[in-house]
Design a protein around this ligand. Structure first.
Ligand code: ADP
Ligand code: UVW
Ligand code: MG
Length: 413
């Protein structure tokens, strides 16, 4: 039996799940999960469940970065005497890490010096994520010396996007040399959503066509054709596409040159692990819900209590509906389901309701009672009578990573 620590450093949270797996290709069995959320909407909150029982719920904690959140979570797990599977740090055989930007990697990688440096070199292309995740890898290397570290990439799932969709219309010599193309992210989530939705619909995954929405602190949409990513809204970096908690999403690229005189300069936040220009800092960290409303808490925004919140809400509905329309065409109208996931997609009935109304012309509608009601199962149907299928999937990137590790033969030899 091996204990697997699955670590998901998001832009506003760190989520860790602990699994036990007995052998190569075994389905990992969850034994605990813990998360610190609200890193961009202090105070951050800790939630911890062991064997399905709540130990802590929304406990206010002092954490303002992914690194401090991770240390707190690791201590919580190690110091819990009732968590028998990891009585000491040595019991953690595998730590898998969600790495948002994996460049051309098409499979999870055991983290060696080489892979570490490769991921580090990609950090500039995921300024809210890769550096933070590598900080957690460093902490694991130092604090868990006998643990194997595995990198699981958010970009991997999107390797199937065809060239004419992934290519930017710029000088192709420069594009190839500098690897400037659409990569796409939230792929661990989309892989989980595709498999779970296929199971729910009793369809073979290889014939599944869906429009999936991962709407969290970072938000994206994905057109899934025959079980594979055909298009997604994020691009070279996770900034493109939909707006997020602190991200602008797509804007006219020329806006950068008209925003302020110093946007091209390196930001004071730049470190050896992260080279971020002022423009990138503004569009990644000082835009989105935070800039429009002063909060990154989407539950507050969904209340539409102020004109600013109403504007942010309507703007999000407009952008999300735009991608649904575009992907509906991309899938030739052959869509098995529209699937909501991510913190906002799973928890905001208001957002689901407003989006569904906006895309009613495509045949989607939600049932008010089902939409507002408690979730039944990992995938839950909320479609209205006679409408195309609308589902909510409680996505699980940590499980997806643990599953990838169980499938890696070299870790079980
Ligand atoms: N009850 C809720 N209603 C609406 N939005 C919510 C609710 N709970 C959490 N959220 C939003 O979900 C987002 C976090 O989603 P999550 O997928 O966990 O983020 P991360 O990108 O850090 O992984 C935040 O913007 C938060 O405000
Ligand atoms: C890729 C991305 O934006 O991830 P998250 O939503 O977890 O910040
Ligand atoms: Mg996330």
């Amino acid at each position: 039996m091996k204990a697997i620590l699955s670590i998901n450093a998001g832009s506003s949270s760190v989520k860790i799940s602990v699994y036990a797996a007995s052998h190569h290709k075994a389905t990992p069995r969850e034994i605990a999960d813990a998360q610190v959320s609200g890193l961009t909407a202090p105070p951050a909150k800790l939630t911890y469940n062991r064997q399905g029982t709540s130990v802590e719920k929304d406990k206010e904690v002092d954490a303002n970065s992914q690194d401090t959140a991770f240390r707190l979570l690791l201590d919580t797990l190690i110091n819990d005497e009732a968590l028998k599977d990891i009585a000491s740090k040595d019991d953690i055989a595998i730590a898998c890490h969600r790495i948002v930007h994996g460049g051309d990697y098409d499979d999870a990688q055991l983290i060696t010096k080489d892979t570490y440096h490769h991921i580090e070199a990609l950090s500039d292309l995921a300024p809210l994520h890769n550096g933070a995740a590598l900080g957690i890898v460093d902490a694991c290397i130092n604090q868990l010396p006998s643990t194997h570290n595995v990198a699981c990439f958010d970009s991997q799932y999107h390797q199937s996007i065809p060239a004419h969709i992934a290519t930017y219309p710029i000088n192709q010599d420069i594009a190839k040399k500098n690897k400037l193309r659409k990569y796409g992210f939230h792929g661990l989530s989309y892989a989980f959503i595709a498999r779970s939705t296929a199971e729910f619909l009793h369809k073979d995954e290889s014939s599944l066509n869906i429009i999936a929405l991962h709407l969290g602190s970072g938000a994206s949409a994905c057109a899934i054709h025959n079980g594979q990513s055909r298009d997604t809204s994020m691009g070279l970096t996770p900034l493109a596409g939909l707006p997020g908690a602190t991200r602008s999403g797509s804007v006219d690229p020329s806006l950068v040159f008209h925003y302020a005189s110093d946007v091209g300069k390196l930001s004071p936040a730049s470190t050896s692990q992260l080279h971020i220009s002022r423009a990138e800092e503004i569009l990644n960290k000082k835009s989105g819900w935070s800039a429009l409303t002063g909060t990154t808490d989407f539950a507050t925004i969904a209340s539409r209590a102020t004109p600013e919140q109403a504007l942010a809400f309507d703007l999000f509905v407009d952008r999300v509906a735009g991608f649904i329309g575009s992907y509906f065409v991309s899938l030739g109208g052959d869509v098995d389901a529209l699937v909501f996931a991510g913190g906002i997609g799973e928890k905001s009935w208001e957002l689901r309701d407003a989006v569904a109304r906006k895309v009613q012309c495509l045949g989607f509608r939600v049932d008010e009672g089902k939409n507002k009601g408690p979730r039944k199962g990992i995938v839950d149907e909320i479609s209205g009578d006679g409408g195309k299928k609308v589902l909510v999937c409680q996505t699980d990137e940590q499980f997806e990573m643990a599953r990838m590790c169980a499938a890696k033969e070299e870790l079980w030899a």
